[in-house]
Design a protein around this ligand. Structure first.
Ligand code: C2E
Ligand code: MG
Ligand code: MG
Length: 763
């Protein structure tokens, strides 16, 4: 109900009531039949009562109205105050622009946004227009014009820069609407204002961050607290091959390469939990399956409550870096010409080989290889050809390498070879010779046929030296020695080793051809029965008829044959020769009970000896009882059970067994007792002391007694003197062997001896 309607109603009601009162009250008084005087007085009272009554009503109405007005005013003030408070609390201001008068009302909050008081701001539109940034004026005019033209009363939102009292410009956002008059003309613009400078700055930095996020070369991956991928950047897609759509909602676990174990991820999560970040190298897998290294930084993001909201991983693909690091490392450690390790890497390797932390000291050798007269090639044919030759030499040398060997170019025409696990000087010498031999073939370098030789210095560790410098210095002085001995030779750091190794290496290679070149011989030495003084057998002893050195004794080459594995062939050959010879003697009617053949302990430890013997016996047709095999004490004692089994098998063939050089090894009597042998051959070192050396006498006596107590025959080796023989006779020794009876001799000579013996019997 409107105020005017209510006023009209009240007024009409009053007119009606007052009219009716005027019309009817006098009639009622007349109807009472009062006198004129009474009537006049009654009319006066009625009139006064009417005035009082209407006055009271008027008072009541005015009082109610006033109270209502006051209440409304109070409510209005309160709501206005609340509005201001709310605006103030939200740091917003209010403005009201009268377009007709160009007056502008501002709330105190508006002035506060600009750091000034309401009075300072005044109430003229021009006041704040003056504070507008010059670049925003045109925009304001344009927006204003547009709104006035369109008369659009919808809410608008504009942001302009206004000058703050501190001299800076603040971004002020105006939100408001155009108010129209009843006639539809633009009347006022009214609205609120707020400082959005911070928000603008935040938006700016967000925009910048987004640009960085998109443009950065690092891959970025964001997951929520439950580790579901929520975001990634273009670099992520470029590096991993996965688009955002393919990975959204998935776990980063899908990128794992499988290269890291649980403990790796445990420590990663541990760091994230405790420090809130982790960085390190991770191997992940691309979409195409390729595994590649990343440098990754992961950071935990917390929300306002301090709970984890996100994880952000920023990573770069370091596979290229790694590759170039490897390349750099390669360049730093290799010689660019030959591609071989350089001095730096070589020294490092030698150092590692010498590392004293090894549980067992590792033996090895360092060989310094220097090309002879290389200077002449450089000088006569030019450095270009010299370089190409060096490259080819490096190539050829490296073809000779075995396991655990490092060949390096140490500079100029010098190469180095680290030979790890080189057990002895011989092996090193063999290697040196192999290296020298490989250079024998001509080199073809740019249509030139070149020949080059090398001198080699060898130092053994840890015997010669224990540190790198010393080893290299030794090898160097050995090289100097080798050069002085005429080029194309090798030398060890120590003189004896050099000579020894030379001989050994020469013998080794010559021994390989000795069998084929028929340089080996078998000599036979008589074995005598001391009681009858008759030759009952002969021991086959190998000889090497060396084309240059003459007859080489087995003591010199048997150990080499054993080391190189040639011993098998040698012993088999001697066995064949001896058995064949024995058959020949028998056929010739020469009386000899048996031939004794030495068997190397190396062969003895291999199981197939009995088979070999059986084959030879079958091939030659010799009665097994006419063959005696001599094995050394140590061979029998090394692996007693295996030896016993083998001896049992040999015995089963029917051959006889003797223990050679008895007394020089460490026999266990308990084991000796179990062995199926026929004979003990007392070593000549005891016999040589007879009859004067009391110890030797005692030992000889003991061995004879021991042999007899076990039912064995005893043979004394190396009898040279009649006195020795006399004592042995006295001690009851069964058999004898030695120069006193006869030296090892060719079969034909022995045959003559045998014939004499036979004829002496028949005479
Ligand atoms: P061994 O089996 O003890 O042979 C006896 C060695 O003593 C022979 O030396 C022989 O010439 C030497 N000898 C014999 N009587 C005397 C003497 O009165 N005085 C001196 N000083 N020495 C005497 P040899 O022929 O030099 O053989 C040395 C060793 O080489 C042999 O010792 C044997 O162990 C081994 N051997 C010889 N031939 C062969 C073979 O065909 N195979 C194998 N595996 N070893 C063989
Ligand atoms: Mg022997
Ligand atoms: Mg012997």
């Amino acid at each position: 109900m409107t105020t005017s309607f209510s006023a009209w109603r009240w007024s009409l009601s009053y007119i009606l009531v007052a009219g009716l009162w005027v019309l009817f009250s006098d009639g009622q008084l007349i109807a009472l039949g009062l006198s004129v005087e009474q009537l006049e007085r009654a009319q006066l009272v009625k009139g006064l009562a009417f005035v009082v009554l209407t006055g009271a009503c008027l008072f009541a109405i005015l009082a109610i109205h006033h109270r209502q007005h006051l209440r409304a005013q109070y409510a209005l003030q309160r709501s206005e105050k609340r509005l201001y408070q709310a605006l103030e609390a939200s740091q917003n201001g209010m403005w009201d622009w009268n377009l007709q008068t160009q007056q502008m009302d501002f709330s105190p909050g508006f002035a506060a946004l600009l750091g000034i008081s309401g009075e300072a701001l005044g109430n003229q539109a021009s006041n704040w227009l003056d504070r507008l940034h010059k670049h925003d004026r045109e925009a304001l005019q344009r927006n204003l014009q547009k709104r006035l033209n369109s008369l659009n009363p919808a809410t608008f939102e504009d942001t302009y820069r206004l000058l703050h009292d501190d001299g800076s410009y603040r971004w002020i956002q105006l939100r408001g609407r155009l108010l129209l008059t009843e006639q539809g003309h633009a009347e006022r613009l009214i609205g609120t204002a707020s400082d959005v400078t911070q928000r603008r700055m935040d938006e700016d930095s967000l925009r910048q961050a987004a640009a960085v996020f998109d443009a950065t070369q690092e891959g970025v991956l964001v997951t929520d607290a439950q580790q579901h991928i929520v975001h990634c950047n273009p670099a992520f897609t470029r590096i991993t091959g996965y688009t955002q759509a393919e990975i959204l909602g998935k776990s980063p676990g899908m990128l794992k390469s499988g290269r890291h174990d649980k403990s790796f991820y445990d420590s990663l999560w541990n760091a994230l939990e405790n420090r809130g970040s982790w960085s390190g190298e991770v191997w992940n897998r691309r979409k195409n399956g390729e595994i590649y290294p990343q440098w990754q930084c992961i950071r935990v993001i917390h929300d306002e409550q301090g709970d984890i909201s996100h994880y952000v991983a920023v990573f770069s693909d370091i596979s290229v870096l790694k590759r170039s690091q490897r390349e750099l490392d390669y360049l730093a450690h290799h010689d660019p010409l030959s591609n071989l390790p350089n001095r730096l890497l070589f020294t490092e390797r030698v150092e590692r080989a010498l590392d004293h932390d090894h549980i067992e000291p590792q033996r090895g050798a360092v060989l310094l290889i220097d090309l002879d007269h290389f200077k002449h090639i450089n000088e006569s044919l030019g450095h270009n050809i010299g370089d190409l030759l060096l490259k080819d030499v490096g190539q050829r040398l490296s073809e000779q390498l075995g396991k655990r060997m490092t060949l390096a170019r140490l500079g100029g025409d010098e190469f180095g070879l680290l030979y790890e696990h080189c057990a002895n000087a011989e092996q090193a010498a063999v290697m040196a010779q192999r290296l020298q031999n490989c250079l024998n073939r001509a080199f073809r370098v740019m249509d030139n046929e070149l020949f080059i030789t090398a001198s080699i210095g060898i130092s053994l560790y840890p015997d010669d030296a224990q540190d790198v410098d010393q080893v290299l210095r030794n090898a160097d002085s050995a090289l100097f020695k080798a050069k002085n001995c005429g080029r194309e030779s090798y030398a060890f750091y120590s003189q004896e080793l050099t000579q020894h190794a030379h001989q050994r290496v020469e013998l080794t290679s010559a021994l390989r051809h000795a069998l084929d070149n028929q340089e080996l011989r078998v000599h036979y030495q008589p074995l005598i029965c001391l009681k009858s003084r008759r030759m009952i057998g002969a021991e086959a002893l190998i000889r090497w008829q060396h084309p240059l050195r003459g007859l080489v004794s087995p003591g010199e080459f048997i150990p080499i044959a054993e080391e190189t594995g040639l011993i098998g062939a040698l012993d088999t050959w001697v066995l064949q020769q001896s058995c064949r010879q024995m058959v020949a003697w028998h056929t010739a009617g020469l009386p000899l009970q048996f031939v004794a053949v030495n068997v190397s302990s190396r062969l003895f430890s291999r199981g197939e000896l009995d088979q070999r013997v059986a084959d030879v016996l079958r091939d030659t047709g010799l009665n097994p009882a006419c063959l005696e095999l001599e094995v050394t004490e140590s061979a029998v004692m090394e692996d007693a059970d295996a030896a016993l089994a083998l001896m049992e098998r040999l015995r089963a063939l029917g051959v006889r067994l003797a223990i050679d050089d008895f007394g020089t090894g460490y026999s266990s009597l308990a084991r000796l007792k179990r062995l199926p042998v026929h004979k003990l051959k007392l070593d000549q070192s005891f016999v040589s002391g007879l009859p004067h050396d009391q110890d030797d006498v005692a030992i000889t006596r003991a061995v004879i007694a021991l042999g007899h107590s076990m039912g064995l025959k005893v043979l004394a080796e190396g009898i040279e003197q009649p006195e020795q023989l006399a004592l042995l006779d006295e001690l009851g020794c069964d058999h004898g062997q030695g120069y006193h009876f006869g030296r090892p001799q060719p079969a034909e000579q022995l045959a003559e001896l045998l014939a004499q013996q036979r004829d002496a019997v028949y005479d």
